[in-house]
Design a protein around this ligand. Sequence first.
Ligand code: 1GP
Length: 267
Amino acid sequence: MPKIDLLKKENIREFVTEKKTFYQDLLGSFSKGEKLLAVLIDPEKAQTESIFHFIQLLNASIATHIFVGGSNVDELITDVLVSEIKKHTQLPIFLFPGDVTQITEQADVLLFLSLISGDNPDYLIKKHVASVSKLRNSKLEVIPTGYILIENGKETSVQKVTGTQPISRENLQQIVDTAKAGELLGMKLIYLEAGSGALHPITGEIISSVKKDLNIPLIVGGGIRSKSQLENAYIFGADLVVIGTAFEENEAFFEELKIKPRTKTKE
Ligand code: 1GP
């Protein structure tokens, strides 16, 4: 293997300017067993004018990431909202888009979601192809993410918008195999989604079964409304938890969560 002379000026510059990607940061946290929390902001529900107060609470909380996305929003709204959020926080902003129209350069990362629990080609490849003209010269960091919708007791907007059926909560093997297929296809993250406002969050049994079989980080979201549900998701193996509705409906929830989510996973 050729040796790199670290004392050579050109090599030093290369070494110093190499910036870690957001995905490398995630992997670093996961390898240390750190637990991460993303607050989801839906541009359809958030008011750009009053977002400052919400972001202040968020900054003072245990949140480590901000996700922005929703089922029905256009580019302009998302663009304005993300640039406003960015003015008030240092936290990384990840796009969690419901559609190509929500891709904006203002964010740091694009979760390039494939809805692998469903069979709608639009959400498996067509929307991705349609987004390439926006992404070809983009500075956004794109992270391919396997998105798996699991039945939660009521119909969710993802289900309605995509016209796909979620996987039954009872069908554990199907869920585990779908997540593994996502990893084998080269996806960098798996997101287990119960749906916004879900009646039942993803169960501990599902989280731990998927986690056991997976070599990439696991995101869990949908219907998490209490500190104990959040802790439960971490204990069973979620690396990053996403919460939206609970913060939207009750800002005091930021206060209730004042514990550091840096606990180790149950072995
Ligand atoms: C939805 O997983 C996220 O896509 C968050 O769900 O709004 O129920 O927290 P909640």
